[in-house]
Design a protein around this ligand. Structure first.
Ligand code: PLP
Length: 434
């Protein structure tokens, strides 16, 4: 791989072409004043994203209106705010607004599919080993309908569950997609997987998986929460994409959205909600006239009355992201990662991890989450480091043997230096942005 134009390189022999970062990460796409992160270095949106001040202000203003309900408008608020959220959601994943359903979480989106799919006894759901539980239990709950949930190892030495700490880490040689596709069986109706995995941070190739699934009549259902808000998914061959609001989408918990292809949606049982039918929102027609068709669009899968407050928060946060630009955010995150990994490779203890992750980054196999593996020991050193960081206002997390550092659009080059100071055992600094 040759260095990109204008990139910096590291003079380390065969690794000299790595760590290319043509994007200058010293100017974050988000203005520092857009958030209230103070002097904290918050690299933890993979657990919980910070809400922009604009979102908090919009929700506060709406709550003021709720004090005087005569100021609330059915069209503008109850219908308009969810419509605004659907529009933002569609823009963030590059798909159509009419295929979006607002939900309360990733789980709720996946449940709508699990519960509504026309299963037959003996059908199977396939998933990579070690999915976040939100993408396991909706499928496991189908056991009593005769549907099984089967997991497949996606890299050499891959372990999960009680053995998670004994797992190896993925590398560029893994070809996880090939392993997943080889595991599809005659019984597989749904392939359910995380776009970006919560523990090891691997980003799967949705286009490759989706195309192969379509060829075999399998539905690709994606848990997208770890990539939404920083990256654009390629859903051309996918059947569904579910996400919650509280990570890269930078909204509070309790909101989310589901995208479904019209083909999958036509197979699903509607949720049976009063706004999921033709004219459901039109009080000029008697509400008790139950002779109506289900809506054909995503609203048929929404769980109930309009989630106005959640929709407002989600819409405002997503608009903040869209204003900054998803392309700019992805480029920025990757440039920060490149700079961080370059510095990490100078720390002897971390060098092999830095190189493993940089190879994955260059090949487009990472989302916003850098997951540093414990390298075969237990994770106590990671936990000690994470706790030391907390004391210095550096927020990271440890999951299943990985130390997770997640970059987003508010981080800058100074944050990278501060992280390197912390991880290398030196100064931890205080400034959160350049
Ligand atoms: C991959 C993944 N999926 C889903 C979730 C959360 O699911 P939900 O939105 O249902 O809470 C998380 C983290 O909390 C996650 O990392």
């Amino acid at each position: 791989m040759s260095p990109e134009a204008g990139s910096r390189t590291l003079g380390v022999g065969s690794d000299a072409t790595r760590f290319a970062h043509p994007w200058d990460p010293s100017t974050p796409p988000f203005a520092a004043e857009a958030f209230d992160l103070q002097d904290k270095l918050y690299a933890l949106h993979c657990a919980e994203g910070p809400v922009p001040k604009a979102t908090a202000a919009a929700v506060r203003a709406f709550m003021e209106k709720e004090l005087r309900p005569w100021e609330l408008a059915w069209q503008e608020d109850a219908l308009g705010l969810p419509a605004r959220a659907r529009k933002g959601a569609a823009a963030l994943i590059g798909m159509k607004e009419e295929d979006i359903s607002l939900t309360s979480s990733t789980s709720a989106g996946l449940q709508a599919i699990a519960m509504g799919f026309p299963w037959e006894e003996g059908d199977e759901v396939l998933a990579p080993l070690g999915e976040f539980p939100s993408n396991a239990y909706p499928w496991k709950a189908l056991a009593r309908r005769g549907v099984s949930f089967r997991e497949v190892r996606i890299f050499s030495g891959h372990r999960s569950g009680a053995d998670a700490l004994a797992s190896a880490a993925p590398g560029t040689e893994s070809d996880s997609e090939a392993r997943i596709l080889a595991a599809l069986s005659r019984r597989t109706r749904v392939l359910a997987l995380s776009w970006v995995r919560f523990q090891d941070g691997l980003k799967l190739d949705l286009a490759r998986l989706g195309q192969a699934c379509q060829d075999r009549g399998v539905h690709l259902v994606v848990d997208g929460i770890q990539g939404a808000g920083t990256h654009l998914p390629d859903l051309r061959w996918a059947s569904a994409f579910a996400t919650g609001s509280h990570k890269g989408l930078l909204a509070p918990q309790g909101a989310g959205f589901l995208w479904t292809s019209p083909a999958l949606r036509s197979l699903l049982q509607p949720m049976g909600t009063w706004l999921g039918v033709v004219d459901g929102d039109n009080f000029a027609r008697p509400s008790t006239d139950f002779h109506r068709d289900w809506l054909a669009d995503g609203r048929a899968l929404e769980p109930g009355g309009p989630p106005v407050l959640a929709a407002l928060a989600l819409a405002t946060s997503m608009e903040t992201i869209l204003d900054a630009g998803l392309d700019a955010l992805s480029a920025h995150v990757h440039a920060l990662q490149a700079r961080f990994l370059e510095g990490l490779s100078d720390i002897p203890d971390w060098r092999s991890e830095a190189l493993r992750l940089e190879r994955l980054r260059i090949e487009g196999r990472l989302g916003a989450l850098l997951a540093l593996h414990h390298r075969g020991e237990d994770d106590s050193a990671h936990l000690t480091l994470m706790r030391k960081g907390l004391k210095a206002g550096i927020f990271t997390s440890v999951r299943e043997g990985y130390l997770r550092i997640a970059f987003h659009g508010w981080h800058g080059a100074a944050d990278v230096e501060r992280l390197l100071g912390w991880i290398g055992g030196g100064a931890t600094g205080t400034a959160s942005s350049p």
